[in-house]
Design a protein around this ligand. Structure first.
Ligand SMILES: [Zn+2]
Length: 472
């Protein structure tokens, strides 16, 4: 039976015999060999007088196609120590703790499957191991305790980004004028779209946002989330960290969002704010698209159609100059020149975008201040000379945010990690069909966004798990 003991490998227990049951499963009889099991849990003295024998059936990890049933024959002991209040006790081992109906390794595996992403959801892990949802969730909380417990780890570069939690709930335009008193009285939501195509009359009932705080330099994942996205919400999370933690933050990467600026100014006055090229270029691309749409409206008195030449090149306009082939560039250029003056307006906007990108390309090259000033002036001059309202607005925005954009040119810090984590967070929520409990969501977010640093492999297919009768 030594071979069987080695196979089952439960610390402190030996296999006495293995029986085949009528339903095909295997029954493993276990006995205690670890002397420590005799130690009284109250006083620690080894007992020597047996009170009786009890049998327990702890559940264990799946093994083989039909799994194993465990039957542990353990003794009850009298504690004869004079000063001990405990009269008797039953043997227990770390592998199968007292009163536990699961082995410690089954519980740990249930938690690990969710925390490390082997199973996408708690339900999936519960099904694969034949456990209930609360049992697995409890194991997840234990497993993730050191990820989510206590203060945030020290951070030098902090990223702040917002992410929507669930879908916005609309009160449809045709509904009664008064909002329901209780959220429970909500009518069927209109699938994210206002009813009747009249967005002005439909009202948003609930639109929940989380603001996430990410460690951008140290790879410690998403540190925390707060509900809501006002300056107070963000400042509250920052203020709830220790003063030493706040002092260590040197850079904060944000979207072009004044709410975050206000919060960071209030709570981290010494930190340098950084806005990365992604959001600036996005703004420039939006300006080009706006110009294109306005030109179409002026030229044709209607919205763009797929027969309009400027509509056909709309995707080329979004591309970067260096990503265009010679043919594509020629097509873009000639189409706009052929359109005459309106086309040239679009071309002007596109060149303004490229001037801005030329400036942003200086990031991570340790640029000289004069080079930056030169390229910035070129961009401003181009926008001023163009006399296109969209470009004037773009130049104004760039000048408003210039300090933070310049900080990006010097540091090269981007908020891309935060954006990446948002994708993970959304995927996680989608797999779970949304979360009811924001606390659980934060815990799971923490697990999901630290996987890479914790060295977990990419999410694998769920390990073959035909729950055996013993594991059901
Ligand atoms: Zn005792």
């Amino acid at each position: 039976m030594r071979a069987a003991t080695l196979l089952v490998e439960l610390d402190g227990l030996v296999v006495r015999r293995v029986e085949r049951q009528t339903d095909g499963s295997r029954l493993v009889w276990l006995e205690t060999v670890d002397e420590a099991a005799r130690a009284c849990p109250s006083c620690g003295v080894f007992a020597s007088r047996v009170k009786g024998v009890v049998r327990t059936r702890p559940r264990d990890l799946p093994c083989g196609s039909a799994g194993l049933r465990l039957e542990w024959v353990k003794r009850r002991w009298y504690c004869d120590e004079a000063g001990c209040a405990r009269g008797s006790f039953t043997e227990s081992l770390p592998a199968v703790p007292a009163r536990a109906r699961l082995t410690a390794r089954l519980r740990a595996e249930a938690g690990r499957r969710v925390v490390d992403g082997v199973c996408a959801t708690v339900v999936a892990a519960a099904r694969s191991l034949g456990l209930s949802w609360p049992t697995v969730m409890d194991a997840v909380r234990r497993q993730a305790a050191d990820l989510d417990g206590g203060a945030a780890p020290p951070v030098e570069v902090l990223g702040i980004d917002e992410v929507r939690r669930g879908r916005p709930r609309w009160w449809p335009a045709g509904g009664p004028t008064a909002a329901p008193a209780l959220p429970a009285a909500e009518p069927e939501p209109q699938d994210g779209e206002p009813a009747g195509g009249e967005p002005a009359k439909a009202r948003v009932l609930a639109d929940r946002w989380h603001v996430g705080f990410t460690d951008l330099a140290g790879g410690q994942g998403m540190l925390g989330q707060v509900e809501g996205r006002t300056a107070d919400d963000v400042a509250y999370w920052l203020a709830s960290q220790s003063a030493a933690w706040r002092d260590r933050v040197r850079y904060v990467a944000i979207d072009m969002c004044t709410v975050f600026v206000a919060a960071v100014r209030r709570s981290l006055p010494h930190a340098t704010l950084v806005v990365d090229h992604f959001h600036v270029v996005q703004l420039a691309n939006d300006a080009v698209a706006e110009v294109r749409r306005r030109v179409t409206t002026v030229l044709r008195g209607r919205r763009g159609r797929d027969s309009d030449p400027e509509w056909k090149i709309r995707n080329l306009l979004r591309r970067n100059r260096e990503d265009l082939t010679d043919r594509q560039l020629a097509k873009l250029w000639n189409t706009l020149i052929d359109l005459g003056e309106p086309g040239q307006t679009i071309l002007t906007a596109w060149i303004a975008k490229e001037e801005l990108r030329h400036l942003l390309a200086l990031a991570r090259t340790h640029p000289d201040r004069t080079v930056i000033a030169h390229r910035l002036t070129r961009f401003y001059t181009w926008c001023a000379d163009a006399a296109v309202p969209e470009l004037e607005r773009l130049a104004t925005t760039v000048s408003t945010w210039w300090d933070r954009i310049e900080a990006f040119l010097h540091t090269g810090i981007t908020n891309a990690t935060s954006e990446g984590h948002n994708r993970v967070v959304k995927l996680d929520a989608r797999n779970a069909f949304g979360y009811r409990n924001p606390e659980n969501q934060r815990l799971r977010t923490r697990c999901a966004t630290t996987r890479r640093t914790r060295g977990c492999r990419r999410i694998q297919a769920v390990i073959a798990t035909h729950a055996s009768p013993a594991n059901r």
